[in-house]
Write a protein that binds this ligand. Structure first.
Ligand SMILES: [Zn+2]
Length: 145
């Protein structure tokens, strides 16, 4: 069995305790596996705030996608997403809406006393914010009375 001394903890360990470096068979890292995973952990903790910041920035710049995710979570909770719904198409609808400053509307509302709509591309339409706010669920409530 081959042994190697870790450059960090100075312990002599079996060669299998070291990660291979590059493609060469005999080339191993100077640090043992536990030291290098410790270093990765420290690097992550050091960068945590930066990663968080980057996520927030991404969300700000990709509100359409975030809106689509939020709607999907809501629809999933209500069991309203059919298996055949096209996620990519739905995502695009939300992206376009965001770009145009419009709202995405479920033509048949997800929750209604008489009918329940589905979260799928056929049941989505783009509305100007004011239309969506005034539409409510009135259409279906009156037509079924
Ligand atoms: Zn070590």
């Amino acid at each position: 069995m081959e042994y190697k001394t870790c450059s960090k903890c100075r312990e002599e360990k079996e060669i299998t305790s070291f990660y291979k470096r590059g493609g060469k068979r005999s080339d191993y890292n100077h640090e043992c596996k536990s030291c290098s995973s410790q270093r990765n952990k420290e690097a992550y903790l050091k960068n945590k705030d930066k990663i968080k910041e980057r996520n927030i920035k991404w969300k700000k710049e990709n509100k359409g996608i975030v809106n689509s995710h939020t709607a999907k979570r809501k629809a999933t909770k209500l069991n309203a997403t059919p298996a055949w719904a096209n996620e990519e198409t739905i995502k695009n609808i939300y992206k376009v809406a965001k770009k145009r400053g419009q709202h995405v509307d479920h033509i048949v509302p997800l929750i209604n006393s008489t009918v329940c709509g589905l979260h799928c591309e056929d049941n989505l339409q783009l509305l100007d914010p004011i239309d969506n706010l005034t539409k409510g669920n009135r259409l279906y409530e009156t037509s079924h009375n």
